[in-house]
Design a protein around this ligand. Structure first.
Ligand code: F6P
Length: 323
């Protein structure tokens, strides 16, 4: 393989830059040229490609976001869009593609593989909703950001004896909320994978108030059956029973930004390097994955056919610890 292209697509994730850096430097070390695609699949269709050298990825390992830019491309879903993307890659003599992103990006990577372009996916999404890999790039940083925010909220909650309902990102996956709730010592965690009745929260809250707890923290995944406002409205209506005064907080995009943790920098570096190695070995239609501490490749088809399942043991533990 003489030349590869790299793109980042979908929601950005801290550590994407570390993956780009590693992929570029490992490719160049292997005598493989590298093009960077700006703005994900949208830029691929618009022929927005730039050559990357070792220097163009200098000083980025610690930066959040993605130096290549990202987008959620509707055009790429069409047949014409995919053909245009392939045509533009041919124009630049690109023989393989590294696609860094989440679920949508992996679908795009699989589609290009099916059309004959050697393609390797690199999992990078704060949602951690891709199966196959133990962790995606960006999850650890987002988790630490969420925990820091919840810790801060807890300080003010305890000072006022208030309850907070805190909404955490994750799309349809409860991983970020479950782990953030567990690590921040939340009293209740609501995730799409685990049903909790609103009246159960009310009951737990009343008990906590009666026991003299200074705060009560509910962490809600954005994909859960009830969002933070629903929960806060329901509990506020029962204010006299609840005891605690109530406030909702939506953490939002603050969870997606910021400098990647050491874990994310190292994971991204290993996965970015692994993607180049996989392409050089003639692999395609696969995702580089973290499995038992090692970097492996797994076929994209089965990964996309079965979204991540939440660990039953961890869910049970979260419930036990919350009491
Ligand atoms: O997939 C990452 C993510 O941050 C999800 O957690 C969230 O649902 C979504 O992206 C938000 O997307 P956007 O930035 O396009 O609003």
């Amino acid at each position: 393989m003489k030349k590869v292209a790299i793109l980042t697509s979908g929601g950005d994730a801290p550590g994407m830059n570390a993956a780009i850096r590693a992929a570029v430097r490992v490719a160049l070390w292997s005598d493989i040229g590298v093009m960077g695609v700006k703005w994900g699949f949208t830029g691929l269709i618009k022929n927005d490609l730039i050559p990357l050298d070792a220097r163009s990825v200098g000083g980025i390992i610690q930066r959040g976001g993605t130096i290549l830019g990202t987008a959620r491309s509707e055009d790429f879903r069409t047949e014409a869009g995919k053909q245009q993307a392939l045509e533009n890659l041919r124009l630049h003599d690109v023989e393989g593609l590294i696609a860094i992103g989440g679920d949508g990006t992996m679908h795009g990577a699989l589609a290009l593989h099916a059309l004959g372009l050697p393609t390797i996916g690199v999992p990078a999404t704060i949602d951690n909703d891709l199966s196959g890999t133990e962790m995606a790039i960006g999850v650890d940083t987002a988790l630490n950001t969420a925990i820091e925010a919840i810790d801060r909220i807890k300080d003010t909650a305890s000072s006022h004896q208030r309850a907070f309902v805190i909404e955490v990102m994750g799309r349809d996956c409860g991983y970020l909320a479950l782990t953030a709730g567990m690590a921040a010592g939340a009293e209740v965690v609501l995730i799409p994978e685990m049903k909790v009745e609103l009246k159960t929260i009310l009951y737990e809250m009343k008990k906590a108030y009666a026991r003299g707890k200074p705060h009560f923290i509910v962490v809600v995944a954005e994909g859960a059956e009830f969002n933070a406002t629903d929960v806060a409205d329901y509990l506020s209506a029962e204010r006299t029973e609840v005891g605690f005064e109530l406030r909702p907080t939506i953490l939002g995009h603050v969870q997606r930004g910021g400098s990647p943790t050491a874990f994310d920098r190292i994971l991204a570096t290993r996965l970015g390097a692994g993607a180049v190695t996989a392409l050089a070995e003639g692999k395609s239609g696969k995702m580089v994955c973290l499995v038992n501490g090692n970097i492996e490749t797994k076929p994209l088809g089965p990964i996309l056919a079965s979204p991540r399942k939440m660990d039953e043991g961890v869910m049970k533990l979260a419930k036990i610890l919350a009491t």
